[in-house]
Design a protein around this ligand. Structure first.
Ligand code: CA
Length: 410
């Protein structure tokens, strides 16, 4: 079968950096969506793509075990970086990979990026999101229509780099001529709905035009996140001349990428001192804007010194010893009132994309505390109270205890 490709990545309309990375290297295609803050998210997703790309050269054959091995190697590399560099602690990335093998597509997947199939004009999602809300829907605890706007929809339960081991979903699909596969980051699927994706993908003969249209629609809908799309069309027609040449193409590295700055500084080493001073000035200026950016564009819900749930603006971690957060509202809700399984997560700080989202998180925590209180009161009515141990006594069945990637994605 012949393959034509369309690919596009875009920072969106709100974010300042693009933490998505992708690989288009026929027959291998990958989309990775990094998390963990501006710098770390980019490192996580680009590491995934680099490791998969370099290891695929020596991988033997297109079978599920090979694919799982590629992803596990990427996981190990990101985990290693995250555990050794404090600046990168907690980073992770999604990874959705498609490997074409004759008339088959092998799919490997971790996280909430997605693979879709468009066949005969109908769009089908091929991957299952590894998110808290998807699990709640599956377990019948949340309606699918409420999941789309749930304040915790971006909490993912599986990601590369957050643990030394990772479970990989694997599947295989028999392709038919005319099929289109789409791999995308959640910056597409969280901004436009299923029918809009189907329409954009089906409307254009040229896969690149379809990719451009998908990204344009995500931006028109608000562009709240980085968006990356890879459109793969298989046909029995000869390859179209307009198709981009297959090749390794990673999403553009941001200026913080260590490779880029290493090269720059080496090149400038031989220049006069004045150039060095200019560079230092620029770095200082850049650092100032970075600090301002981190202080103003992020929120999180954490715990203050009195163990009360509190909304902060900024980031919980320091940058070169500079404090990045400011207390904006103390809720009055005590940490000890929360179900035990949520406390660690709140103590670490739950990131939010906006002040409104932080308020939603606090409201949600308040509701959880109330539920727990109700259960405790009920128990007190049935039997003598057994002290605080009731908090762990099976009342918390929300399953967040194993949400390893529970960092809100940035
Ligand atoms: Ca994203």
């Amino acid at each position: 079968m012949n393959v034509s490709i369309g690919v596009k990545t875009d920072v969106g309309r709100v974010r300042e950096g693009n933490e998505d990375s992708f690989l288009v290297d026929e027959p291998l295609f990958v989309v990775a969506d990094g998390m963990g803050g501006h710098l770390a998210g980019d490192v996580a997703s680009s590491t995934a793509v680099e490791i998969i790309s370099s290891n695929s050269a020596t991988a033997s054959g297109a079978n599920p075990e090979t694919l799982a091995e590629l992803i596990r190697a990427a996981n190990a590399a990101i985990w290693e970086k995250a555990s050794t560099d404090p600046q990168l602690r907690g980073m992770g990335t999604t990874c959705t990979l498609v490997l074409l093998d004759g008339s088959r597509a092998h799919i490997a997947h971790v996280g909430d990026s997605r693979a879709y199939l468009l066949r005969d004009g109908r769009l089908e999602q091929l991957t299952e999101d590894h998110t808290l809300v998807a699990r709640m829907v599956k377990e019948g605890r949340l309606r699918a229509e409420d999941a789309e706007h749930h304040p915790q929809r971006s909490i993912i339960t599986r990601a590369l780099g957050v643990d030394s081991e990772v479970d990989v979903d694997l599947s295989v699909l028999e392709l038919q001529p005319g099929d289109r596969l789409l791999i995308c980051s959640d910056g597409l699927s969280s901004m436009i709905d299923h029918s809009a994706i189907q329409e954009a993908l089906a409307d254009h003969e040229d896969p690149q035009a379809a990719a451009d249209d998908l990204v344009a629609r995500a931006n028109e809908a608000g562009g709240e996140d980085n968006v990356t799309v890879v459109v793969i069309e298989v046909s029995d027609r000869p390859r179209s001349d307009t198709a981009p040449r297959a090749g390794v193409t990673a999403a553009p590295a941001t200026e913080e990428s260590s490779d880029v700055s290493d090269t720059k500084s080496r090149r400038r080493w031989v220049r006069p001192l004045v150039v060095l001073l200019v560079v230092l000035g620029l770095l200082a200026g850049g650092a100032y804007f970075l600090v301002q950016h981190l202080r103003t564009n992020y929120w999180y819900v954490g715990v203050n010194e009195d163990n009360l749930v509190t909304i902060y603006q900024g980031r919980s971690e320091d940058l070169f010893g500079v404090d990045l957060d400011e207390e904006v509202e103390v809720s009055g809700l005590e940490l000890s009132a929360l179900p035990a399984s949520l406390r660690d997560n709140v103590e670490e700080g739950r990131t939010a994309d906006s002040r409104a989202e932080a308020d939603d998180i606090v409201a949600d925590l308040r509701a959880r505390a109330q539920d727990l209180e109700d259960v405790r009161n009920q128990k007190d009515g049935d039997a003598p109270a057994t002290g605080d141990g009731g908090a762990n006594g099976g009342t918390d069945n929300d399953g967040t205890g194993d949400a390893k990637g529970s960092n809100g994605k940035n």
